[in-house]
Each structure stands twice: as C-alpha cells, then as structure tokens.
Design a protein around this ligand. Structure first.
Ligand code: GLU
Length: 559
C-alpha cells in the first residue's frame, strides 16, 4: 500500500508543481489528495512522512521535465496550457477547502448549453481541479414547462465537449420523494405552511407585511392540506407551500416565498403520477445539503435565492455551502434565450441549435472554437462581482493561439472573376502549408496564363501582387498584364497582395459567416480537412464542415 500511496502523492505533487511552476507545499497537496482520493483518508497519518520524501523527489526533477513526467503518469490532470496570462489572473482562493471540495453544475434541461452556462461550468470545474474533490452534474428538471426532452441528450454532449471533470450525474426528477419527505419534515417543524390564498390577495398582504390566514394553521392542518395536495385534491394555481420568513424582509419577493406548486400540464418526460413540483429554492437546498456540496459559485442573479435558501438551511439546522456570486455577463451578437432560439428553429430562421447566430456551445464548436479557448476566456473573466460584457476578441485570441499552428494555409478566392494575364512567364508558386515551417510541406499552384481573382479586390485596382507569384497590372474587362516580380515595388505603393488560383483549378467553397454566406473557390486539398480548421490566407480561419462532390462548406471561425 505504501508504494501505491507514494505513487498517488507523487502524481498530485507533480500536478501542483506544474500548475504553480514551483515545488508545492505539503498542505496544499495533502488537501487535494484527501479530497480527490477518499480511499486514502484512512491512511491520513502515514501520508505526511511519505509526502516529505515525495516533495524532495519532485524538487530534484528539473522544472522543465515536470509536465512531461505528469503527462506520462496522469494526462487527465493536465489542464490545457493556459500560459502566463492566466497565471497572472489566477482565480481567487476559496475558504474552507481543506480536505477538498464538492461542487456542482446545475443546468435546467431546457435546451443545449450556451456561453452563459459555460462560465458557471468552467469556474466550478477549475476549483474542483484546484482543490480536488467531486463535481456533480445536477440536471434541474422539476419544472415541466422548462424541460426539453432533447436536452437530456444535448446537455451531457455539451459537458463532454467542455471536458468538465464531472464525477457524478444526478437528476432531480429521480428525487421527488426526497423533496416530498423533506417538505413534510419542514411542515412538522413549523417552518412552512400550505397556502390556499388567492394569488392577488396574498400579494397585497405581502406588500403590506401582513400574514395571510393560512400562516396560522396548525401543523396537523398543514399536513392534511399537504396530503390533499399530493393526492390530487387541488388544481393548478389553487395551492402552494410557503416558507415562513421575516414578513418585514426589505425584499418583498423573499417574504414567505413558495417552495411547491401544482403544474397540470405539460406532462413531464421523466415523472409520472404526480403534479406537485418543488420550486428551485427547495430542491436546490435539499440537494446541495444531501449531496454534500461545499461551495457554490453562481451568478449574482441568484443572490435573492441565496437569501431565501438560508431560511431553509436554518430550519433544518444545516450548514449552508460557501457561496460566491459573480457579476452579470452581457454577450452581444448572438441569441442566448432558449425560447427565442427554439422559435427561430421552428420558423426556419435558424438552421438548428448549432446555427452560427446562436450562442450555444454547439454553434461555437461548429465554428471551430475549441473548448480550451472557452475555458481560458471564462477563467480570465473569473468570479468578480462587477458586471462585464463578454469579449469575443479575447475568445478569438485564445482560440487563435490554440489553432494557429495546427491550421494549414490555403487560398480562397471569394466571388471569383477570371482574368487573363498577358506577357507573363509560365511560373509555379510553391507556398508553404505553414509559414516559416518547410517541414510541413508546400502547396504547388501552376500559373499558365489565366487565373481567378477575388472580384472585390480587383475592381478599381491598378497594380496588385498575386501572392507568392508575381505582380500584375489590372486592365480593362478580363485582361491584366505582367508587371514584374518585385515585391518591393508593390510594397512601395501599398498595392494589395491578393489570393489567386489557376483557372479551372479551385473547387467551389462556401463560407458561412454571421453576416451571410461567402462563396468562391478554394484549393482542392481543402476537401481533405473535414472537421478541422484551416486558414484561408488573408481571409481568416474556417472550420471545414463538409466536403462533397459539390465542393466544400465551411464555417468562419475568426480572423
Ligand atoms: N438550475 C439553476 C439555473 O440554471 C441553478 C441553480 C443554482 O445554481 O443554484 O439557474
């Protein structure tokens, strides 16, 4: 067993060293190991002595070899190399993390996940990775009106794409009896009551800080009403269960808030035989407690919920998790509302959940943005309380840093026009697949008199350079003439350097951009890059979505 413990400690010490760039302290490693490996807890006494030796061993390994060693031992523990920039803006530490953390990502399955979800998902994930522990995916599906059966498939797909370190998945729809049982307990403790008041009437009383008549019902009366609720004795809208709060609470929305209600329709895809559904604040508290959630990182829009939830913790005598509420994040330029997305798809405005105009993760992925880029962008945004707007530029910069080297270069000629170049020598352009790296090979484009050029860049132009070939002077109609091979001459007059292709060589290519489709011709080899990103020189990165007899179809990634 000693050897086994040693090996595990070695891995975690190495992981910590890689992440922080120096030899870790024993306490940090110990906390992480015990959090991540509950099986080692019985050996907690033996660990410090072994750990001291292990840390000396790690310290003796040259720093530049740490990552390679870790890759060999536990590649899963390597978080994408986020470079110096992220280290500068490392997430703040959380309190009460000794022994690891238990955190959760708790989306409603009303559609696929979008960039807003990614923030909560990646931030919680980063802390679980930092401190070790469990990461629960909790599907919050107790509102039948906000459940899309398809989301039960899409949400896990999105989680997989993000590469979250989820350790378990919990469906709230499997836990209805647990919620009922706890509601009964709360009634018995006098912490809540079944309210049959008309909604308007209750609201008026609430605004006047006055109790409603139901508030003074006895426990027996409440239990009888609760049983009647469960056995179908009320219709939707007739009844609700309310937590007794401070009726003087400055926020009226907190005064005696509801925790259960009846929903007649639609039917729930995973729940049958009941129409009594817990509201979020109740199911979230019961689950956070029973699942042992230690830390909750969520948006500021949940602050009022946190206040409500504390009442429930207090009644049950439970310790609430540590909360952090981050500021709002505006995301411009894409649609994020699930209902607008769904409507648009039904109406045909959008091609599907991965339409380029949507902010879903599947749309982002289809464009060729890597999950690591989204992770890096979200970690950089962090958990600050200030409201911010999401920076697409930063996401694109993060992504470019990740894909640049693996993206081969090609020519793409949008809106091609055919031009015959008079007096030009036959020539063959050999263009590197990746600038400055001859080992990656070259593409060969042979010039034999007639070329296709991008219309937008030839109309009205005089001198232009065909990239990696020679200069031409644009004439009338479809004519041009050879203008030598002097790159300096072109630079001196700031003449454009443009894409070109031999006539009859390129294959049809459509690039889908948020502003519309751009059609043209691209080098034939592009068809072999399906599912990958390439860079169309001077145009931008694109992800090749499909390639077939009709040509290539791609999504614009970024410049
Ligand atoms: N399901 C809730 C939401 O998506 C999250 C609940 C929570 O974080 O407490 O807004």
């Amino acid at each position: 067993m000693d050897e086994r413990i040693r090996e595990i400690l070695f891995i975690y010490a190495l992981e910590n060293a890689v992440r922080h760039g120096n030899v870790p302290n024993a306490k940090a490693v110990m906390g992480k190991v015990l959090g991540a490996r509950p099986d080692l807890r019985p050996h907690a006494k033996e660990i410090p002595a072994i750990l001291t030796e292990v840390l000396a061993e790690v310290g003796a390994i040259p720093h530049e070899e740490w990552k390679g060693r870790l890759e060999g031992l536990a590649p899963d523990l390597i978080v994408a190399d986020t470079g110096k920039k992220e280290r500068k803006k490392d997430l703040p530490t959380l309190e009460e993390t000794d022994g690891g953390v238990v955190m959760r990502f708790a989306p409603n399955p009303s559609g696929p996940l979008h960039l807003g979800h990614a923030r909560a998902a990646f931030l919680n994930d980063a802390y679980v990775r930092r401190y070790g522990g469990r990461y629960v995916l909790r599907i919050e599906d107790t509102d039948p009106r906000r459940v899309d059966p398809e989301a039960y498939r899409m949400v896990p797909e999105d989680i997989e794409w993000m590469g979250l370190s989820i350790t378990e998945i919990v469906y709230q729809s499997d836990r209805m009896d647990i919620y009922y049982e706890h509601c009964r307990q709360l009634i018995e403790q006098g912490g809540c009551y079944v309210c049959t008041c008309d909604a308007e009437y209750f609201r008026d009383l609430k605004l006047a800080k006055k109790p409603c008549p139901c508030r003074s019902q006895t426990v027996e009366e409440n239990l009888a009403l609760w049983d009647r609720m469960l056995s179908g004795g009320f219709a939707e809208g007739q009844v609700t269960v309310r937590v007794k709060t401070d009726l003087e609470h400055p926020d009226p929305a907190i005064r005696d808030f509801s925790i259960f209600r009846i929903v007649d329709a639609p039917a729930h895809p995973r729940i049958s035989g009941t129409r009594v559904y817990p509201l979020m604040n109740f199911s979230v508290v019961v689950d956070d407690h029973l699942l042992g959630i230690t830390h909750v990182i969520r948006g500021k829009d949940h602050i009022a919920n946190t206040r409500r939830q504390r009442y429930i913790y207090d009644y049950f005598g439970w310790k609430p998790p540590v909360y952090r509420h981050y500021g709002r994040m505006g995301i411009e330029g894409v649609v994020l509302s699930t209902s607008s997305m769904r409507e648009g798809i039904i109406e045909g405005t959008y091609t599907g959940w991965d339409d380029i105009h949507l902010g879903t993760l599947r749309a982002i992925a289809r464009r060729g943005i890597l999950p690591e880029a989204v992770r890096n962008a979200m970690l950089e945004i962090g958990i600050g309380e200030t409201d911010i707007s999401f920076s697409w530029e930063n996401l694109f910069a993060q992504n470019k840093a990740l894909i640049d080297e693996s993206s081969d270069r090609f020519f793409f000629v949008p809106d091609p026009v055919t031009v015959t170049v008079a007096d030009a020598p036959a020539a063959v352009a050999e263009i590197p697949r990746y600038p400055g790296n001859a080992e990656r090979g070259v593409r060969t484009l042979a010039f034999s008199g007639t070329v296709v050029l991008p219309q937008g860049e030839t109309t009205g132009a005089d001198l232009v350079r065909l990239k990696d070939l020679f200069n031409i002077r644009i004439g009338a109609g479809d004519r041009a003439s050879y203008a030598g091979d002097d790159l300096a001459a072109v630079r001196a007059v700031k003449a454009p350097i443009i894409q070109w292709m031999p006539e009859g060589y390129g294959i049809p290519c459509t690039v889908r951009t948020p502003e519309g489709d751009v059609s043209g011709l691209c080098e034939p080899d592009v068809a072999n890059f399906e599912g990958r990103t390439v860079q169309f020189e001077r145009f931008g990165f694109v992800r090749i979505d499909s390639a077939g007899p009709d040509g290539v179809f791609c999504y614009f990634t970024h410049r």
